[in-house]
Design a protein. Structure first.
Length: 347
């Protein structure tokens, strides 16, 4: 009888907690659907540029699952490769194709090499001028190298993911505790303005995020040996901006949680989709609406900038747009934090 009473009480708690019910029954379906879209996306089609190629070679490439762009000169193709518009650029030196791989994405590299192997080993397409396809290509890399490890490719993304995740969780739970213990209400009863309270909390938590970003970045590069070709200062800058966006988002969402459990419930709905759309998988293989959704997440911009710095050695002019976007996310979340505090101020 007593066991029955306890069981009924637990069931009633769950039934009346709509957020927990949604997490148990709806969130898994959302995450599984997202995983299905990511893992069952179309095969990656490499973007290959060609200059000075024979009609036979170009025709052989075009029959493969690849996006081929023909350039009039090598300068235009090299510029497109450096800008990230191509996965590989091929220049014909006599009968020998010289292939420059962008190199920072092993999946794209494999797709390009597979396409080239199929093209060079296939017979000439019907109707093409000439009698044979070009010989085996000579391969070089713009970024990275043939022996680049998977940790070098995914390391920059995971640095951004871990920084964002832990700051989001700790900041959200800590700010929630300030509210549940009554500290926030006492502050709101003082002459302090809401924006001053939010700014103070962000600065206070932000000091610790500086040390966390520095530690994670240093450990990943110096201890784990993840490939680093750019400036460590820029890596630190991007991890700090990711931390600030995670900090402000965590404090914002904590306003809609009644306890630590409800705060943790935001993880599969807020963090997990961002991880899938951060660049771990090529966005080109996903549906268009899902690609656009990825462009609305902070982790995406942080991960792309970290890859540009660590893998491609790019500088300020290349990462400046990502810096501005992450700063904009942080500012937006701070403004929303100020508005969210209205519901907690006693009249």
């Amino acid at each position: 009888m007593r066991i029955r009473a306890i069981t009924l009480r637990i069931l009633q708690q769950f039934i009346h907690d709509r957020r927990t019910m949604a997490l148990m029954f709806i969130a898994p379906l959302v995450v599984l659907s997202l995983m299905s879209l990511v893992f069952n996306g179309k095969d990656y089609e490499p973007k290959i540029g060609v200059a000075g190629g024979s009609e036979v070679f170009i025709a052989a490439l075009e029959t493969r699952q690849a996006e081929i762009t023909v350039y009039k000169d090598a300068a235009a193709g090299n510029a497109a490769l450096k800008a990230g518009g191509l996965d590989a650029f091929i220049v014909m030196k006599g009968a020998q194709p010289e292939v420059m791989l962008e190199g920072s994405n092993p999946d794209a590299n494999r797709a390009v090499l597979r396409t080239l192997q199929e093209a060079t080993q296939s017979p000439a397409p019907a109707g093409a001028a000439g009698g044979s396809v070009s010989p085996q290509p000579q391969i070089s890399y713009l970024y990275g190298a043939e022996d680049m490890k998977m940790i070098d490719r995914f390391g920059p993304i995971m640095i951004g993911v871990f920084v964002f995740f832990f700051v989001f969780l700790i900041a959200g739970v800590s700010f929630l505790r300030e509210r549940t213990t009554g500290t926030l209400e006492r502050l709101l009863s003082t002459p302090l303005k809401r924006w001053e309270i939010v700014t103070g909390y962000v600065c206070g938590f932000g000091i610790f995020t500086v040390f966390q970003a520095l530690l994670i970045s240093w450990f990943s590069i110096q201890v784990l040996g993840i490939l680093m070709t750019g400036s460590f200062g820029y890596v630190l800058l991007m991890t700090l901006l990711l931390s600030m966006s995670a900090l402000t988002l965590g404090t914002l969402l904590s306003a809609f949680a009644a306890n630590e459990l409800q705060m943790i419930q935001f993880i599969p709905l807020v963090i997990v989709p961002q991880i899938f759309l951060s660049g771990l998988f090529p966005l080109d293989t996903l549906p268009l609406w899902l690609q656009r959704l990825g462009l609305a997440t902070p982790i995406y911009y942080g991960a792309q900038a970290l890859m540009d710095i660590m893998l491609r050695g790019k500088g300020w002019s290349d990462i400046a747009p990502d810096v501005l976007v992450l700063a904009g996310f942080s500012l937006l979340f701070m403004v929303l934090n100020v508005l969210a505090l209205r519901k907690h101020r006693r009249m």
